[in-house]
Ligand binder design. Structure first.
Ligand SMILES: Nc1ncnc2c1ncn2[C@@H]1O[C@H](COP(=O)(O)OP(=O)(O)OP(=O)(O)O)[C@@H](O)[C@H]1O
Ligand SMILES: [Mg+2]
Length: 319
């Protein structure tokens, strides 16, 4: 039978042991759960590294089958306003936890999208329901959460998953889905993932729709990215002063992979760090990438911006 589920959901860890990486954080939350207690938490970090997963695992372990009844998941970024969110929390916290538990868990995703005023209101709500409710705030940037809230929480800082974790995850999914994946493809997967496990699941699922043999080429095709070597080649040509050839290679690469100007800039920016030039030059080039990207986002012609960027590579190569 055909399987229509999303792999990122299918492979969302259901126990602490299934969570890859983030060992220290998992350890500490596990210890809290074991004592059948949980502090207010602030989980901060980049996309797809296990923040939501961790709190859901904690809820499963704490409440068993009744876990769904004992958590409220609300997203602060939706334009619902703080008052609606507070009303939701009030309705939720008013009734006792199902099973023999002194508290429920209220999960506030994308808490860093709340304004300072909304956060002040939230802080009062947290105080009001401190007896019956534990709060778990999730944010990309902890610095956007006001101090009085932070001081009421244990702050855990998640990191992008490292190569080992990403590779383990990819191998696990591949094995379960009967995919063949070689080492070059695993490397590529890590490089395009930026440590985001969600990307790994999504890219593998897209690849598998085309072939069960996952190769480096297939991965770059699916994410519509150029192989790092192709971009590296373009940059090296430009640094050597060969502007015309560099421009041609860049255009070929863009057309072959169907890349937008922004896609190319992002890849160039990553590749700058792999060039064999001084750190000062790297910094200059990164600055140029930033300018070109900004102009592009503002609506300037993509190809003109890319050409201008290559011209700066030529210039800096000459110095
Ligand atoms: N540490 C991890 N170990 C294994 N799989 C993971 C891990 N982190 C994320 N995943 C995978 O990525 C998916 C998304 O993870 P999750 O929802 O926890 O991300 P998040 O950190 O909350 O990101 P966001 O900030 O985008 O909400 C999960 O369903 C799971 O498939
Ligand atoms: Mg999340």
């Amino acid at each position: 039978m055909e399987d229509f589920s999303l792999w990122v959901e299918k492979y969302r860890p259901k126990t602490f042991d299934e969570i890859k990486g983030q060992e220290k954080i998992v350890e500490r939350v596990k210890a809290m759960v074991k004592k059948k207690n949980l502090n207010n938490l602030l989980l901060a970090g980049p996309a797809g590294c296990g923040k939501t997963t961790l709190i859901l695992v904690a809820a499963r372990e704490l409440y068993g089958d009744a876990w769904r009844n004992n958590i409220l998941e609300t997203n602060a970024s939706m334009e619902r306003g703080i008052n609606v969110i507070r009303q939701d929390i009030k309705n939720f916290a008013r009734t006792r936890a199902v099973g023999d538990f002194p508290f429920k868990i209220c999960i506030l995703d994308e808490a860093d999208a709340l304004t300072k005023e909304a956060q002040q209101a939230l802080r009062r709500t947290m105080e009001t329901y401190s007896q019956t409710c534990r709060f778990c705030l999730i944010a990309n940037f902890s610095s956007k959460i006001i101090e009085p809230i932070q001081s009421r929480c244990i702050v855990f800082r998640f990191k992008p998953l490292d190569k080992k974790a990403i590779t383990e995850l990819a191998k696990y999914i591949a094995k379960n889905e009967n995919l063949k994946i070689d080492n070059a493809a695993l490397d590529a997967l890590y490089r395009i993932s930026d440590g985001d496990a969600r990307k790994v699941g999504n890219v593998l699922q897209s690849c598998a729709a085309i072939s069960n043999k996952i190769t480096e080429d297939l991965i770059y095709e699916v994410v519509s990215a150029a192989k790092p070597e192709e971009i590296n080649e373009v940059l090296k040509l430009a640094l050597k002063g060969n502007f015309v050839l560099a421009r041609k290679k860049m255009l070929d690469t863009m057309l072959n992979h169907g890349l937008s100007g922004i896609d190319v800039i992002k890849q160039i920016q990553k590749e700058v760090w792999n060039l064999k030039i001084s750190d000062e030059k790297k910094v200059l080039l990164i600055e140029k990438c930033g300018e070109a990207e900004f102009r592009m986002v503002e609506g300037s012609d993509e190809f003109i911006q890319l050409e201008a960027l290559l011209a700066s590579f030529v210039k800096i190569g000459l110095t």
